[in-house]
Design a protein around this ligand. Structure first.
Ligand code: PLP
Length: 219
């Protein structure tokens, strides 16, 4: 395994390259808790995870480092809603109105007020879930009023195979939709396209492999 110095350098280089308004979400899915610990030692506090069980185990292993800022970025199954709410203060992958209703009900029961970002799909992409722009507009009034959820932003994932200028255009569209809905948070950009996302106003780039190296395959 690579030493901590490499990770520390990559974190510093990324932070330096990001515009002032763009936060770095270190995507630690598929990475051991020890690597998260190294990132924390290098000043990183916000981490993204995609699977509840893996994240809960990691959070337990890192409990001495609290408070860390955990974001859920994976596909959220309805039966995992309560667990995800208990383990994450921010959810980037809200992809349906029915899930939003469920999250609001459970968050109310649990006394939580999570920040949520609606996942939008601005190009057809069979590999991804999410609202189309029109679907989100159609349910926006109800979704935005679903206390105690706090709908703060949009999240998008660019489909495979787009060139950099097409990605930039897609991210700008997402930014325009967020502005139309009065939302300030934009979760856009991964290891391969964070530059275009940052240029389009991303407030959270979600970076895994470019920081931590290749992942362990998911269980
Ligand atoms: C895994 C994942 C990332 C990180 O991807 P990298 O290419 O490793 O940077 C970002 N966003 C989501 C939604 C992910 O599932």
């Amino acid at each position: 395994m690579e030493g901590a110095a490499g990770l520390e350098q990559r974190l510093a280089a990324l932070r330096q390259s990001l515009p002032a308004g763009t936060g770095l979400l270190a995507v630690s899915k598929g990475q051991p808790a020890a690597l998260v610990r190294q990132a924390v030692a290098a000043g990183q506090r916000s981490f993204g995870e995609s699977r509840l069980q893996e994240a809960a185990a990691k959070q337990a292993a890192l409990a001495d480092l609290q408070p860390l800022d955990w974001h859920f970025i994976g596909r959220l199954q309805a039966n995992k809603a309560r667990g995800v709410l208990r383990h994450f203060a921010t959810i980037h992958s809200l992809d349906s109105l029915s899930l939003a209703r469920r999250l609001a009900r459970i968050a109310g029961e649990e006394g939580l007020s999570p920040a949520v970002l609606c996942q939008v799909k601005l190009r057809s992409d069979p590999a991804k879930t999410g609202f189309t722009a029109d679907e989100l507009r159609a349910c926006w009034a109800e979704l935005a009023a679903l206390d105690p959820l706090r709908a703060v932003g949009l999240m998008t994932i660019a489909p495979q195979g787009l060139e950099a200028p097409q990605r930039l255009a897609l991210f700008r569209e997402c930014a325009a939709l967020a502005a139309e809905l009065g939302l300030t948070e934009l979760s856009m950009g991964m290891s391969g396209d964070w530059r275009q996302a940052a240029a389009a106003g991303s407030t959270w780039v979600r970076i895994g492999t470019a920081l931590f190296g290749s992942r362990q395959p998911s269980a």
